[in-house]
Design a binder for this molecule. Structure first.
Ligand SMILES: [Zn+2]
Length: 369
C-alpha cells in the first residue's frame, strides 16, 4: 500500500466534513504534487456549500464525496516528468483556476473565459466542470494535492503560506485593477473597502501608486483602520450617511474617480451600487467583483453620453498572481495587515460553520493541515 494522508471530505450537500484517510495521489506527467501548508477559506463556507446547489444551480459543485479548499499554498513534493519550471522544495501558491488549456481562450492566456473554467476545490462555471474535477479531485483541505504546472505561483521567502492563502481574493481585486489599467496618480472608489475584496483593492492601490483611494463601508471602526493605512491617500465614507457619489465628486474637484470597484457582497442593495457608479468620471470604468445579486437599474443613456464602461471581472490569472508575489517580494505590496486565524484540519467543521469576531477584510482564515 502507498502512502496515506488525511483529507476533509463532504459526503452530502450541507453535511459536515469528515476527516478521511485516503491515498496520497501520484502526479501525472504535466502535474506536481504539493504538500499543503495553509489553505484559505471564506468565512461561512459551510453556509455557502449547504445552499450553493439551490442558489446557483448553474454553478455545480464537484461530485461527492469531495475535497474542498479553494486557496492552497505549500511546498512542491514531487514533479511529473514533463514539468520543467518547478522544482521539488519550491514554495508555491496554487491558483485554483482550472481550464482545458487547448481552446482559443486558454491559448491566449484567458483561462477564465474557457468553457471548462472551474474553481478547484470549490465549484465550476458550467456543466463541463466535472470533467476538470475528474482530473483534479483534490482541493486544499487535505495534506497533499495534485496541480498543473500552469496553476503554480512561486513565493518569495518574505511571503508566508498564510499570506499566500489569501492570494485568490487578493487576485480578484488585482485582476479587476488590471482590467481598468490602474495607473499611478489615478483615483478610485472602492465600494466595500473594509471587506475581504475591498481591502485587497486598497492595498494594490497603495502599491501601484494611486493617489486618491476612496472607500465606503458600513463599519466605522473598520473604515478608520483602512484610512490609517495611508491617511494622506485614503478617504472613507460610511454607507447610509449621504450620497456616495456626491461625496466622491467633492473630493475629486467635481470630476469623479477614474474607476470604481464594487466589492459589496450579495446582500447589498442595487441602489448602493447605482449611487457609487455615478462617481465615475467621463470616460471612466466600473468593475464588479463583489456579488451584488439584485438587478441593477442602469441609466444606459448616461453611460453612452459619459462613455463609461461597466465590466464584470472574475478571479485572476496565475501570471497576475505572480505579479502580486513580486510586488510583495519588492516590498511595495504590504501583506502584514492581515490577522491570521489558523485552524487544524480536525477543526474544520468549527472553522467553516461561521466565525465570530471578524475584523472584516483584516481577518484571514486558514486551515493548516
Ligand atoms: Zn480552454
Amino acid at each position: 500500500m502507498g502512502k496515506m494522508m488525511r483529507a476533509a471530505r463532504m459526503h452530502e450537500v450541507g453535511g459536515p466534513m469528515s476527516i478521511d484517510t485516503i491515498p496520497v495521489p501520484t502526479p501525472s506527467a504535466a502535474d506536481v504534487l504539493v504538500e499543503v501548508k495553509a489553505c484559505g477559506m471564506v468565512p461561512n463556507l459551510g453556509n455557502v456549500l449547504a445552499n450553493w446547489t439551490k442558489w446557483f444551480p448553474h454553478l455545480p459543485l464537484p461530485k461527492l464525496p469531495a475535497i474542498f479548499g479553494l486557496d492552497p499554498a505549500g511546498v512542491v513534493a514531487e514533479v511529473g516528468v514533463h514539468v520543467l519550471d518547478v522544482m521539488v522544495g519550491d514554495r508555491v501558491y496554487v491558483n485554483p483556476l482550472r481550464s482545458c488549456g487547448g481552446c482559443q481562450m486558454c491559448r491566449a492566456g484567458e483561462r477564465s473565459r474557457c468553457r471548462y473554467f472551474t474553481f478547484n476545490g470549490y465549484f465550476g462555471f458550467g456543466p463541463d466542470s466535472q470533467k476538470i474535477y475528474d482530473i483534479y479531485p483534490y482541493g486544499g483541505f487535505c495534506e497533499f494535492m495534485t496541480a498543473p504546472q500552469y496553476a503554480l505561483v512561486t513565493l518569495p521567502d518574505n511571503v508566508t503560506f498564510e499570506q499566500a492563502a489569501r492570494f485568490g481574493y487578493l487576485g480578484t481585486s488585482y485582476g479587476a485593477m488590471k482590467k481598468v489599467n490602474a495607473m499611478p496618480g489615478q483615483s478610485m472608489l472602492v465600494d466595500g473597502i473594509s471587506g475581504t475584496l475591498g481591502l485587497g483593492a486598497c492595498l494594490f492601490g497603495l502599491a501601484m501608486g494611486m493617489t486618491r483611494i476612496l472607500g465606503t463601508g458600513r463599519n466605522k471602526d473598520l473604515l478608520a483602520r483602512v484610512k490609517a493605512l495611508a491617511p494622506s491617500r485614503v478617504e472613507v465614507h460610511a454607507l447610509g450617511e449621504g450620497s456616495t457619489h456626491e461625496w466622491a465628486k467633492a473630493l475629486t474637484d467635481g470630476e469623479g474617480v477614474d474607476f470604481m470597484i464594487s466589492a459589496l457582497g450579495p446582500g447589498s442593495p442595487a441602489s448602493t451600487m447605482v449611487d457609487s457608479l455615478q462617481a465615475v468620471r467621463r470616460g471612466g470604468k466600473a468593475v464588479n467583483v463583489g456579488a451584488v445579486a439584485e438587478m441593477l437599474p442602469l441609466d444606459i443613456h448616461w453611460l453612452m453620453d459619459e462613455q463609461i464602461q461597466v465590466i464584470g471581472s472574475n478571479w485572476s490569472t496565475s501570471a497576475q498572481c505572480q505579479d502580486m508575489a513580486e510586488m510583495a517580494r519588492a516590498g511595495t505590496l504590504d501583506l502584514s495587515v492581515f490577522e491570521h486565524q489558523r485552524f487544524p484540519l480536525a477543526d474544520i467543521n468549527n472553522a467553516i460553520s461561521g466565525l465570530a469576531d471578524r475584523n472584516g477584510g483584516f481577518s484571514n482564515y486558514v486551515i493548516v493541515p
